[in-house]
Design a protein around this ligand. Structure first.
Ligand SMILES: [Zn+2]
Length: 370
């Protein structure tokens, strides 16, 4: 079996790097199309437009319609063609970035992602997650190429709500444990092969970085401060998590996260929060990890503010029958749960989630005793 590793062509991270966006884009083309929403435009627009002007670039700006949907991507691609843009630049959250990637693929442009929050692992990946008009996830699609440039300004990242930063840690924390599972099961990654040693090593570094610096970084972000710990965790949330999930592979933690939005109570949750609970459920399904390491993960999630119980997910007193809906999705054909070295059935997933909830309560009880 072949091993495949994929990555963006360039990754730049640091305080104030957005001021240099003009020179980075000038190396890729002449006429960038900027896709952003009103809030992001107000936050970073002046800095970006000044830098692009200094670099002598013509600019097209497009207001994002708000949804990573096929019609929205087609609309942006059409504007790019009409205006003869040669780079699509998505600036904002995951949905804006995913739409820019799709429009770039459709119009044959270079792709640049500029995340303004570190809440998920979309920026480095070749994927777009699609939603319908009711905000329901309807699947994902790879464009076969990763972005030409990922530009992450940590001064901008720390202005975002701390909740999004914590959600990014939930998404990133699962990366190594899911990649390991895929590796053991000889399962496939999202790059069309099996994980390389490089992918597993980056995923492990992601995990170790979060456990060591995650809480300290969270405290700094609460005060909008860029510290060395923040820089490390941003790199974990965006770069290491992105490379790790795409070239390492995902499993039950992500499958539960993808299934949870089928329960209306979970609509307000962020992807990384769902992955955080999905991860504890995965650990209750797979007995490979020593229990003290499981406790360490749950304790870390509690400390940074990720959901560890049904109550945290707004699912207090949920019945076994309703959980079965998640179990059925996870046990379906082609599910990410097939990336385990054993068969995962619907009831196994239900029991793992119930065990995760109980473990979450128990660790919280121990914490509150101090
Ligand atoms: Zn994810």
């Amino acid at each position: 079996m072949k091993k495949v590793f994929i990555a963006p062509r360039k990754y730049v991270q640091g305080r104030g790097v957005l001021r240099e966006i003009g020179q980075f884009l000038a190396a890729l083309g002449k006429k960038p199309l900027l896709l952003w929403d009103a809030r992001v435009k107000a936050l970073v627009g002046p800095t970006i437009l000044t830098s692009l002007k200094e670099a002598g670039l013509e600019v097209v700006t497009v207001d994002f319609g708000g949804q990573s949907s096929k019609p929205e991507a087609a609309r942006v691609a059409e504007i790019a063609r009409e205006q003869k843009a040669d780079i699509a630049v998505g600036i904002g959250g995951g949905k804006t970035l995913d739409t820019a990637k799709a429009a770039a693929a459709q119009a044959g442009l270079k792709t640049v992602t500029v995340p303004t929050i570190a809440s998920n692992d979309s920026p480095t990946s070749s994927f777009t997650v699609w939603y319908d008009e009711h905000d329901a996830c309807i699947g994902f699609e790879s464009w076969g190429v990763n972005p030409d440039l990922v530009l992450v300004d940590t001064q901008v990242i720390v202005q975002a709500p701390v909740r999004s930063f914590v959600a990014g840690m939930g998404d990133a924390l699962a990366t190594w444990l899911e990649a390991e599972t895929c590796f053991k099961a000889r399962g496939g990654n999202l790059a069309g092969g099996q994980p390389t040693m490089a992918a597993l090593t980056l995923a492990r570094l992601c995990y170790d970085t979060l456990l060591q610096f995650g809480l300290e970084a969270r405290q700094a972000v609460e005060h909008h401060a860029v510290t060395p710990a923040v820089e490390k965790v941003v790199e974990a949330n965006v770069l290491l998590s992105g490379l790790g999930f795409e070239s390492g592979g995902v499993a039950t933690a992500h499958m539960i996260a993808n299934a949870l939005p089928s329960l209306p109570e979970c609509h307000k949750l962020m992807h990384g929060e769902e992955v955080g609970f999905g991860l504890i459920s995965q650990l209750c399904l797979d007995e490979d990890l020593p229990i003290d390491q499981v406790y360490r993960i749950v304790d870390f999630e509690i400390a940074v503010g990720l959901p560890v119980t049904f109550a945290d997910l707004d699912l207090e007193k949920i019945s076994r029958e309703r959980l079965r809906k998640i179990g059925d999705i996870c046990a379906g054909k082609g599910s990410l749960c097939e990336n385990h070295p054993f068969t995962v059935g619907a009831e196994d997933v239900v029991d793992a989630m119930i065990a995760a909830d109980a473990l979450g309560w128990e660790r919280k009880r121990i914490h509150s005793k101090g």
